[in-house]
Design a protein around this ligand. Structure first.
Ligand SMILES: [Fe+2]
Length: 194
């Protein structure tokens, strides 16, 4: 695990936001909500398994993440009042690229950069810690809280972006329904050392 952590620090990440503040705050709004969900779920899983300390730690982290999300979502909500078109275009662009988690380059010793992340994400999906349904739910929450539907007086590009975003949750729900639960028997070296 420590080796993976050191790799992650050295490999860094590319979340597709470049240095654009709108894209960065849209990304962090989404991502902080995702980490709130996943830590909350690990908290209840570990409680069920009898590890109260781990459960408590994850609970504290989860509520921190919720506060981070609240701050970033408010940044975007305020920016939408003065620059709705550019925010919508940035939001559309981020959703087209998909919100990748900052650990997407995750690897284990002897593996290529990013090779472990797919297995990690599969495990999260299988355990219900963070799923494709959660992804759609977060998107829906952002659309509602940012009142995307109500935005008017937009330019052509802004309007196109708004319409794309309004249709996206249904589209992604259909994709999520078709997705099979990954049944892997991947053995993480963190748990099963060679
Ligand atoms: Fe956070």
């Amino acid at each position: 695990m420590e080796i993976s952590t050191q790799y992650l620090i050295a490999d860094g990440f590319d979340i597709g936001t470049d240095r654009d503040p709108y894209r960065n705050f849209i990304y962090t709004s989404f991502q902080e909500m995702a980490t709130n969900i996943s830590h909350r779920r690990v908290a209840s899983l570990s409680k069920k398994a009898g590890d109260t300390l781990l459960s408590k730690m994850c609970g504290i982290i989860a509520s921190d993440e919720a506060r981070h999300a609240k701050a970033y979502k408010d940044f975007i909500y305020q920016i939408l009042k003065v620059d709705p078109n550019e925010v919508l275009i940035a939001f559309e662009d981020m959703m087209k690229k998909k919100i990748v988690m900052p650990a997407h380059f995750l690897r284990e010793l002897g593996k290529k950069m990013g090779e472990t992340f797919t297995h990690f994400a599969d495990a999260a999906q299988r355990l219900g810690v963070y799923t494709s349904v959660d992804y759609v739910d977060i998107l829906k929450t952002l659309i509602t809280e940012w009142e995307i539907e109500k935005l008017s007086d937009l330019n052509d590009q802004g309007e196109k972006a708004r319409d794309y975003l309004m249709r996206l949750p249904d589209r992604l729900t259909r994709v999520a329904e078709r997705m099979k639960n990954p049944n892997l028997d991947y053995q993480f070296s963190w748990i099963h050392p060679a």
